[in-house]
Design a protein around this ligand. Structure first.
Ligand SMILES: Cc1ncc(COP(=O)(O)O)c(C=O)c1O
Length: 360
């Protein structure tokens, strides 16, 4: 079977070897006479898969001992509400750096639960850049600063994490496992798995254990980080398939050099596309600040929407799919996550060169 060059923003390409292993092992898991997804999540066989996935995450991300790793459902979206429920008890304030669609959604959900403050909002500039530390206006009594380290739709990333007196929390849905995390600055880091680390159905949440002591008693059990930290994410039935597949993807990342290698790859492969944009004599245009260009979601425009439609149609004919920008912003978006083969990026820049030559 010919694999498509799949630039989907999520769910996205997984390594072919992982897909094949899953298919191969699915019908009869380790001779159990049933698949893993038919087995009790209390079975020692599943228990090993579950704890292996957590242990690999801890190793790969060098997660300190005082940070718990939670495997949850509800995607990153549930965290928009769960985070303030757990951290903003007793009238505390959450400060939000609103850097695009996802930061905006995170704050909107927090607003339904607790007091928030806008530390920065890039709306006036069309969310083209990330604020510098000195641009942030954080109330003295803020419990945390929330950042979206990579805005998947707008195509901007924080080039460096902030070093601030306030505790930070981060939505890293589209860039964890592509860069190291300075854990000492963060109380919570969260994200959906379906971009850089596995299939949809799983959210990974890293929570500093000291946070567990401040969770209001009124938080319902599934929504409390303490429930999951205290049960190794086995308080209820976990998303077993997603955890199993993520464990395989993490093993693949480890075998391919770990986070340092993924970080290098993300920088190199996104540069291939940015170079194609910058070398096109203005035919392709990047709408975002050069310093804040995303390493995982490269967005660009062509001279007209008509040309963009043709670019996408011809790309699809050449096997390059899911390049359409998010419906809220239009244009083109190439999502280049960990498992996307470099040949796919080469095929994209070749298509860009040929299309510009034929239509410029
Ligand atoms: C940065 C960011 N945050 C949150 C989400 C929402 O994630 P989920 O679909 O897992 O709820 C996405 C999805 O694309 C995202 O890119």
């Amino acid at each position: 079977m010919a694999r498509a060059h799949n630039f989907c923003a999520g769910p996205c390409t997984l390594p072919q070897s992982v897909i094949e292993e899953l298919a191969d092992e699915l019908p009869d898991f380790e001779g159990a006479g049933m698949s893993l997804i038919e087995m009790s999540h209390r079975d020692p066989v599943y228990d090993r898969v579950h704890h292996d996935t957590i242990a690999t995450l801890r190793r790969l991300c060098t997660v300190p001992d005082d940070v718990s790793i939670l495997l949850l459902q509800g995607g990153a979206t549930l965290q928009f509400a769960m985070l303030p429920m757990n951290l903003l008890g007793s009238g505390r304030v959450g400060a939000y750096s609103v850097t695009g669609s996802w930061g905006k959604k995170a704050k909107a959900d927090a607003d339904t639960i607790a007091s928030t403050a806008v530390a920065w909002d890039g709306a006036d500039d069309g969310y083209r850049s990330m604020p510098l530390a000195e641009d942030l206006d954080i109330p003295d009594d803020a419990r945390y600063l929330h950042v979206t380290s990579n805005e998947t739709i707008g195509g901007i990333r924080l080039p460096r994490f902030y070093d601030l007196p306030v505790r930070q929390v981060a939505d890293m849905s589209s860039d964890y496992l592509t860069r190291p995390i300075p854990w000492e600055r963060f109380d919570v880091v969260y994200g959906g798995a379906q971009k850089n680390i596995g299939p949809a159905g799983l959210a990974v949440v890293f929570v500093r254990n000291s946070v567990l002591d401040e969770i209001p008693a009124t938080v319902p059990s599934y929504l409390s980080y303490a429930t999951h930290a205290g049960s190794d994410s086995l308080a209820n039935t976990p998303p077993v398939f997603a955890i199993w597949a993520t464990g395989k993807m993490l093993a693949w990342i480890e075998a391919n050099g770990g986070v340092a290698a993924m970080e290098r790859l993300a920088a190199e492969r996104s540069s291939m596309v940015y170079d194609a944009i910058d070398d096109s004599g203005g035919f392709y245009r990047s709408p975002v600040a050069v310093t804040d260009r995303s390493h995982t979601n490269v967005v660009f425009r062509l001279p007209s929407e008509e040309l963009e439609a043709r670019f996408l149609a011809e790309a699809e004919e050449a096997g390059l799919v899911n390049l359409k920008g998010h419906r809220s912003v239009g244009g083109i978006r190439a999502s280049i996550y960990n498992a996307l083969p470099t040949e796919s990026v080469t095929a994209l820049v070749d298509h860009m060169a040929a299309f510009a030559a034929g239509n410029g």
